[in-house]
Design a protein around this ligand. Structure first.
Ligand code: FAD
Length: 465
């Protein structure tokens, strides 16, 4: 047998599943990371993979993984390419594993509230199929239309309704994956187990570095009987945080709780002069009524004025619209969002420090934030920055400077540097500050044990030794 991986892939899977035409390779060169788009526009990132493989079954994935490992060929899993942290950048010797053809719904089980999907299943299609049975996944990332169920697991994603329903780790029942040696594992078969460490967590957030996720079983919910909304204005971020903390610590759980600083509030309603808090309440009708009333009462007690429900309805209707990068890059502006999290006592300090530091970067046009995922012990912040430069060549360094300021303010302030987009390439060098040198060593030990020659998505997640 030839040692050429492409020859071996074609022999094992058939020619039709191994793509080598230039346009097919170009299409899947990278994910949605803005840096890859900047480099594309400068003609600085022209590398395509050696081939794109589109497996149709778990057995196909096993064959691909075994060939990659046997030939020492880098293997890069690709869900739907909506990742925003540089988790996918191809090189000329790599195999790109496009999971898009593995998109079946394997089962929907209304009795046990479970649904099993192939990993390449489009997120919105998964939601629509369970919605047709009166059910919901409860997972609504803004990218639901352009991301895959397997990608959600690989990046440890969060949805907009997470405050009540949880993040992907709370919604997963079972994960099926092919490990770098080609073996198949299925982890999870009951609502809970006390059978040693929960091995599903090794794959959640693994970003293609520890294996290929081939199937996912989600724990569903019945569709909510009723939905209601509420909105309030707060004089500053601290007052808003205090309100959110008190509401959640009293035991209320609106699925959506978001707080925007003044700058971002103006995007929700132009007349905004203060911070804005919006909430969506969902569930049994009686509970929704009581929760909304409790939120209104608490806000009044704390001196937060109510805002029209229409602000929330407008957000609900437009929440998944995002302009493409070209709009801003054409104006020589680089922008991005950076999500972090921290406990209640630390979050305001991180907000102040990060926005002040980014505002100092020459050309800064915007440094703002909102929160969107609330916990009993703290919440996340989602920073947005926009920086203008005279020359497109200077956008990339401005971008990394803004990230550095936010990462440093978060780490110095005692927060976690990644809430839900993952690590990819942009956060890799900050992993030692996040996990400590011992934590990084543990991650490396795991990687070496599972993937000793390092074929799975090299360059991502784990910092160089
Ligand atoms: C407009 C926009 C809005 C977004 N909103 C949100 C949001 O609300 N919440 C959120 O959490 N994220 C959000 N994201 C980020 C992104 O959509 C998520 O990270 C998503 O989970 C990625 O899924 P994907 O299928 O597109 O993965 P890809 O981009 O294809 O891959 C992401 C990473 O996972 C790996 N991977 C993908 N599939 C597999 C697999 N089957 N097995 C092993 N590894 C795999 C890849 O190698 C890569 O490292 C947003 C992105 C955009 C562009």
């Amino acid at each position: 047998m030839s040692s050429d991986p492409i020859f071996q892939l074609k022999a094992a899977l058939g020619e039709a599943k191994v793509l080598t035409a230039t346009d097919q390779l170009q299409d899947r060169r990278h994910d949605y990371w803005v840096v890859s788009h900047i480099r594309d526009r400068l003609g600085a990132q022209g590398q395509t993979p050696a081939c794109v493989v589109r497996p149709a079954s778990v057995a196909d994935v096993q064959k691909v993984v075994r060939i990659a490992t046997a030939t020492g060929t880098p293997l890069i899993p690709f869900g739907l390419g909506s990742g925003v942290v540089g988790g996918i950048i191809t090189s000329p010797n790599a195999i790109l594993l496009d999971m898009g053809a593995m998109s079946a719904t394997r089962s929907i089980d209304p009795e046990n509230l479970l649904a099993t999907f192939d990993a390449g299943k489009n997120g919105l299609e998964a939601e629509q199929e369970v919605a047709a049975r009166g059910l919901t996944t409860g997972h609504w990332p803004q990218s639901i239309e352009v991301s895959s169920v397997g990608g959600w697991v690989a990046t440890r994603a969060s949805g907009q309704f997470s405050t009540a329903y949880g993040n992907i780790e709370d919604l997963i029942y079972a994960i099926e994956a092919v490990l770098p040696d080609g073996s198949l594992v299925t982890l999870g078969k009951a609502p809970r187990a006390s059978a040693g460490p929960d091995l599903r967590h090794i794959l959640m957030g693994s970003e293609g570095t520890l294996g290929v996720i081939t199937g996912v079983t989600l724990s569903l919910r019945r569709a909510a009987e009723k939905q209601a909304v509420s909105a309030f204005t707060a004089p500053d971020m601290r007052a808003g945080f205090t309100f959110q903390r008190d509401l959640v610590q009293r035991g209320w759980r609106p699925p959506v709780m978001r707080q925007y600083d003044v700058r971002e509030s103006k995007r929700l309603h132009e007349a905004a002069r203060d911070c804005t808090i919006i909430m969506v309440h969902e569930g049994p009708a009686a509970l929704v009524e009581v929760e909304r009333a409790a939120a209104v009462k608490l806000a009044a007690t704390m001196g937060l004025a109510p805002l029209p429900d229409a602000i929330v309805s407008h957000w609900l209707g437009h929440r998944n619209h995002v302009a493409g990068w070209d709009d801003i890059l054409n104006r020589n502006i680089v922008a991005d969002t950076v999500e972090i999290s921290a406990s209640w006592d630390k979050i305001a300090g991180i907000y102040d420090a990060a926005t002040a530091a980014v505002a100092q970067i020459p050309g800064c046009r915007a440094a703002s934030a909102h929160s969107s995922h609330v916990y009993r012990s703290g919440l996340n912040l989602y920073f947005t920055f926009a920086i203008a430069k005279d020359r497109p060549e200077d956008l990339e360094s401005a971008y990394f400077e803004a990230w550095k300021q936010i990462m440093t303010a978060t780490a110095d302030g005692g927060g976690s540097m990644a809430h839900h987009h993952g690590i990819g390439r942009v956060r890799r060098d900050y992993m030692t500050r996040e996990l400590g040198p011992e934590g990084v060593a543990l991650l490396r030990a795991l990687k070496t044990a599972l993937d000793p020659i390092g074929v799975m998505n090299p360059g991502v997640l784990i910092p160089d030794a």
